[in-house]
Design a protein around this ligand. Structure first.
Ligand SMILES: Cc1ncc(COP(=O)(O)O)c(C=O)c1O
Length: 398
């Protein structure tokens, strides 16, 4: 009997109609319903901060939404702007602005190379690839990107002028950068500050579901190394309120912000201020902290469930993984370079996972070992079935 046939015979509910998807870090319906319930109680504001929200204008966002962004990102109001949904869009526009116009201390060209800690976020890598930026994959240490490797790489190659970071509950590894790690990175970059872009994607800034270390606001650390003009922080409420209809934020030096607004003035006459007003009122009714607590109640049991299966596989020596303290992902490391086979077998049994190599620049996983697991979207019952399939596939292949 083939492995697939064996598994089908062992899981009586597994028929050809089964279709599960653990590819993307999407909020579940239950999470979205928490937000919808509170949103329903809010009247649409047409005026706020003395601004007519119905009209064009305010390319930097309304003050109350900027205050919300500064709270989420731990940044200063003057250095934070509030825009439309999707921080990824902002990041694309930042790279585009750096490429076509240049920021005072960040100019991209066809020669530019970026450091990419791996495994990382697939859409970051696609974005950089689209601009022809050469990506250099590099490893993590326990508390952030590997500083010795950064030191070695940048000392050898003058064209390295950027790094992309997810500093809290990194996608997918869950790394949380320590202050010491960030300081050491900044010390190395300080020598290159005439042209260096630090893309700091704080997508999971307030998404702790277990005890997590405190981090000093990164702008403060950047200031100590005179790197504020090199630091480009983004974040959003996508995983706080509604993934497709939230607000995204950008924080940097005031110099960079004015350059970016000037650039964006050719893209849009202003952000959606009604949605900004709605979000401001939302967080008057339900504090950020209580919102995250409610989401944690839905999310944490899903991580615990996945970890129960992975712990068993880890004890058997089939994999390694580190229990995350927040965020949206678990990074599975196959001990025997079997990622591609595992993904293929799961797919044939109705469980979709990201293709092998997705978390690496140019989709190249050198060890054929990494699989990103995104547990949030399915309900608990379906997630359990996903993990039954996954764990049986791993066991049979080993
Ligand atoms: C690290 C990271 N950045 C950005 C995003 C997308 O965020 P947004 O919805 O704000 O574009 C995600 C979504 O999974 C992510 O994991």
């Amino acid at each position: 009997m083939s492995i697939l046939e064996q598994i089908k015979s062992e899981l009586p509910w597994l028929d050809d109609k089964v279709s599960f998807d653990l590819t993307r870090g999407k909020p579940s319906v239950d999470q979205l319903n928490i937000t919808q319930k509170n949103f329903k109680l809010i009247e649409i504001p047409f005026e706020m901060d003395g601004i007519d929200l119905r009209n064009y204008g305010n390319p930097e966002g309304i003050p109350s939404a900027r205050t919300l962004g500064a709270q989420i990102l731990s940044t200063e109001f003057d250095e934070t702007i509030a825009l439309d949904n999707s921080s990824l869009t902002i990041m694309q526009q930042l790279v585009s602005c750096a490429y076509h116009l240049g920021f005072p201390k960040s100019k991209l060209s066809e020669k530019t190379k970026f450091l990419c800690p791996v495994p990382g976020y697939d859409r970051h890598f696609k974005l950089l690839e689209n601009f022809g930026v050469e990506m250099i994959a590099m490893p993590f240490q326990d508390d952030g990107p590997d500083v010795n490797v950064i030191s070695d790489l940048i000392s050898k190659d003058d064209d390295i002028s950027g790094i992309v970071c997810v500093p809290r509950h990194s996608n997918p590894t869950g790394h949380v950068y320590s202050d010491q790690n960030v300081k050491e990175i900044f010390e190395l970059i300080a020598n290159k500050k005439r042209n260096f872009m630090v893309l700091w994607d704080n997508a999971y800034a307030c998404h702790d579901f277990r005890d997590t270390i405190n981090q000093t606001p990164v702008m403060k650390l950047a200031d100590e190394y005179e790197l504020k003009d090199n630091l480009f922080i983004v974040g959003s409420t996508s995983k706080i309120t509604l993934a497709g209809s939230g607000l995204a934020f950008f924080a940097s030096s005031e110099l960079n912000i004015s350059k970016f607004i000037e650039y964006r003035n050719s893209l849009t006459p202003g952000p959606n201020k009604l949605n900004q007003g709605m979000h401001v009122n939302y967080f008057k009714k339900s504090s950020l902290q209580s919102q995250m607590e409610s989401l944690k109640e839905v999310i944490l049991p899903k991580f615990e469930l996945v970890e129960k299966y992975l712990d068993e596989l880890k004890i058997d020596g089939f994999c390694d993984y580190i229990q995350p303290s927040g965020g949206y992902f678990i990074s599975y490391e196959s001990s025997n370079s079997k990622a591609e086979q595992i993904i293929e077998h799961c797919s044939k049994l109705g469980l979709k996972l990201l293709p092998v190599g997705s978390c690496f620049p140019y989709q190249k996983d050198p060890k054929n070992s990494n699989i990103r697991i995104a547990p949030t979207f399915p309900n608990l019952e379906n997630l359990e079935r996903c993990m039954e399939i996954f764990s049986k596939v791993v066991k049979k292949l080993n």
